[in-house]
Design a protein around this ligand. Structure first.
Ligand SMILES: [Zn+2]
Ligand SMILES: [Zn+2]
Length: 363
């Protein structure tokens, strides 16, 4: 299996101690477009990956003069020719990178490159158009416009197995979406993004995609609770999210898992402990509970470090409860031998303690 994985450029080759998912992200960037990670770091005025991590963790401030500059820098990280992988600094005199006018998500150095890539690109152009919108609208997660509030459930958890079951319980989403649509942050976004505002229908769908992606993690935990026959009405439950990344923790708030209150109304208390080396400091960074959780409430705590360290430091000393369930979101160890090495102690631990464990994967 290892022989099928292409050789990775030296600069960002993760070692067996590699635990950061964005490091392998940088990697796959470089394996597609050699030098792209360097370009991104330059755009962000950072000298290396270490500085990038420090910024992600909030230890150094990435400062933008204004939103316009922020969106511009974001966009510049996508500027390379999708046809021949040429970066802006390798363009010849008079050449400029031009965006595909349909998706506004990929660039080409020449008409020729675009023509050659079209057979491939036409399969994904429609999807990439939406991706390009989502990438900008995602900013509303930081401003607090997203996620929008949800309604109580009229069905039992067991009756809700997909979005088609969940949606009718919410009534009409349009007023909630339109409130965001007509809000000040949405206006600021398109005033500063380097493109025209998509129409309302596209934006509503984008808002919904981001909201449902956010909620899907919460609902996955709820479904795993049911899958293993755990009963949140009989006793408080402790759920560890192993390998929690900055994706889940960068803008995390104490209410992020409150949909579980709708899912299991009147439960005995559910604690979610985010554990991972990429956990970002914030309001959820507080010690795990050692005794019964607060009834009918979800309590989120966090630990920054590897999962087996968390066990040694807190669980084994009974400073954190043993988990009833461990969940991992897209750990990526099936695709990356470096990450698997990092995860191995965790997987062995879960096996030894016979802990119900639930891992999601990208297809
Ligand atoms: Zn090209
Ligand atoms: Zn396109």
């Amino acid at each position: 299996m290892a022989s099928q994985i292409p050789a990775l450029p030296q600069s960002f080759a993760p070692g067996t101690d590699s635990v950061f998912s964005d490091q392998s992200g940088f990697h796959s960037l470089d394996s597609h477009v050699p030098g792209l990670s360097r370009v991104i770091l330059n755009k962000l005025n950072m000298k290396d990956y270490g500085e990038y991590r420090a910024a992600v963790e909030g230890n150094t401030k990435v400062s933008f003069r204004n939103y316009k500059e922020m969106f511009q820098k974001m966009e510049e990280t996508f500027k390379f020719c999708t046809g021949c992988n040429k970066l802006p600094e390798h363009l010849t005199e008079g050449e400029t990178l031009k965006r595909c006018v349909k998706c506004l998500n990929v660039y080409y150095c020449t008409k020729d490159c675009q023509r050659k890539d079209w057979l491939q690109h036409k399969k994904v152009c429609k999807t990439l158009r939406l991706v390009a919108i989502d990438r900008l609208v995602e900013w509303l997660m930081f401003t607090g416009d997203l996620p929008f509030p949800t309604e109580k459930w009229s069905k039992s958890a067991a009756e809700v197995t997909n979005w088609d079951d969940w949606l009718p319980m919410q009534g009409d989403l349009t007023p909630r979406l339109d409130a965001i649509l007509s809000g000040g942050d949405m206006a600021a976004l398109w005033k500063n993004a380097n493109r025209t505002q998509p129409d309302a229908a596209d934006l509503r769908q984008s808002l919904w995609r981001l909201q449902s992606e956010f909620l899907s993690r919460v609902l996955t935990v709820g479904m795993a609770i049911q899958h293993f026959g755990l009963d949140p009405y009989a006793r408080p439950l402790t759920v560890h999210v192993a390998g929690a990344s900055h994706n889940e923790t960068m803008r995390a708030t104490a209410t992020d898992y409150d949909e579980l209150n709708h899912m299991f109304p009147g439960h005995q208390g559910i604690e979610i402990v985010m554990v991972g080396p990429e956990v970002v400091d914030g309001p959820i960074m507080r010690p795990p509970l050692t005794a019964f959780g607060p009834r009918e409430r979800v309590f989120i705590s966090a630990y920054k470090g590897l999962y087996h360290q968390f066990w040694e430091e807190l669980v084994e000393k009974e400073e954190a409860a043993k988990p009833d369930l461990v969940v991992g979101f897209h750990p990526g160890f099936h695709a990356n031998p470096g990450l698997l090495q990092g995860w191995l102690p965790t997987l062995l631990l879960l096996r030894d303690y016979n802990t119900p464990s639930f891992f999601t994967m990208y297809k």
